[in-house]
Design a protein around this ligand. Structure first.
Ligand SMILES: CC(C)(COP(=O)(O)OP(=O)(O)OC[C@H]1O[C@@H](n2cnc3c(N)ncnc32)[C@H](O)[C@@H]1OP(=O)(O)O)[C@@H](O)C(=O)NCCC(=O)NCCS
Ligand SMILES: [Zn+2]
Length: 282
């Protein structure tokens, strides 16, 4: 009874106002991690959230991970084939599923760790992904001066931190997926349960919409802060659950240390940079 009486109703207009208060004016490129429930009751649900995001940003990206496509091992029979329409895992959320249901959305190729995007730079962001560097789309957002929006969720959902770990040189695990009909190895990260430990090192813009706290970060700040934290304390972001895969990462880390990786530039952007340099010289 008490819960019902205190239920908060959130309108599309309130969402627009909240997103504008964060400084999102329609030109930005964002990756979004959200909990619908966090708002209270959002009029129109995930569709309303997506429409508001498209009004306030030029490119909207979200993780569309589908863990059900992971195989047990290299010898495992192929039990499922990834397609453009493969269901997004429940713990990635309704917004991402709603995005892939839009025919005009693009989805990257990765059988387990795909991203979905709508708007201006969707292709540039998604094309960056590889099996060895699954979070490369975050690198593309970094180059575009993009933002990460946490809507009612904390850093344990913040994929940008994984890209920071990648650059800092955290050991990656190997998992297997079916790719072009063959069992293929792909990189897989430690878990994100303790990513809130990055919180003291990054400052967001924040606003409340209904019951939800929205936090907006520059991808660049998140990635740079992660690289700095991991360089100082390589185990800082690994969780301490005894049975988690983080323990395997920890052991490799203690044995081999960090192996920093390069931030890959998109070939098209490299070309543009070259042209800009040439134009500047001549
Ligand atoms: C796990 C997570 C998705 C759970 O959040 P959630 O609010 O319970 O779930 P969703 O955002 O998918 O929204 C669906 C739920 O919203 C509720 N809901 C449905 N309509 C709603 C509405 N109009 N208004 C508010 N809530 C509504 C329902 O309870 C529904 O849950 P159900 O399907 O079990 O009934 C969220 O906490 C999270 O982590 N999101 C980010 C994930 C991510 O980006 N991860 C990256 C991995 S590194
Ligand atoms: Zn863990």
């Amino acid at each position: 009874m008490l819960n019902l009486a205190r239920r908060v109703q959130v309108s599309s207009q309130q969402l627009d106002e909240g997103l504008a208060a964060l400084g999102l004016s329609g030109d930005q490129h964002i990756i979004v991690h959200s909990s619908l429930k966090s708002f209270g009751t959002l009029d129109g649900g995930a569709g309303t959230l997506l429409e508001a995001l498209e009004r306030c940003a030029a490119t909207v990206v979200a993780p569309a991970f589908s863990y059900q496509t992971l195989l047990r091992g290299p010898e495992s029979p192929i039990h499922s084939q990834f397609t453009r329409d493969t269901r997004v895992s429940r713990d990635i959320g309704r917004l991402s599923q709603t995005m892939i249901e839009r025919p005009d959305a693009q989805r990257s190729f990765h059988p387990a760790l795909s991203f979905v995007a709508l708007g201006q730079h969707s292709d540039v962001v998604l094309a960056r992904q590889t099996l060895a560097n699954p979070y490369a789309p975050i690198g593309a957002l970094y180059d575009l001066g993009g933002y990460a929006l946490l809507a009612g969720v904390d850093h344990s959902s913040n994929t940008s931190i994984h890209y920071g770990e990648y650059l800092a040189g955290m050991p990656l695990l190997t998992r297997h997926v079916s790719y072009h009909g063959r069992v293929t190895a792909c990189s897989f990260p430690n878990c994100s349960a303790d990513f809130e430990r990055l919180s003291p090192h990054v400052t967001p813009q924040t606003v409340h919409v209904g019951r939800s706290q929205l936090r907006l970060y520059r991808v660049r700040d998140l990635v740079d802060a992660t690289v700095n934290l991991v360089r100082r304390d390589p185990e800082a972001l690994l969780c301490t659950y005894p049975v988690c895969r983080c323990n395997q990462v920890r052991q490799t880390l203690r044995r081999e240390g960090l192996k920093p990786r390069e931030h890959d530039l998109d070939p098209r952007q490299l070309e543009e940079a070259d042209t800009a340099e040439l134009n500047a010289v001549h």
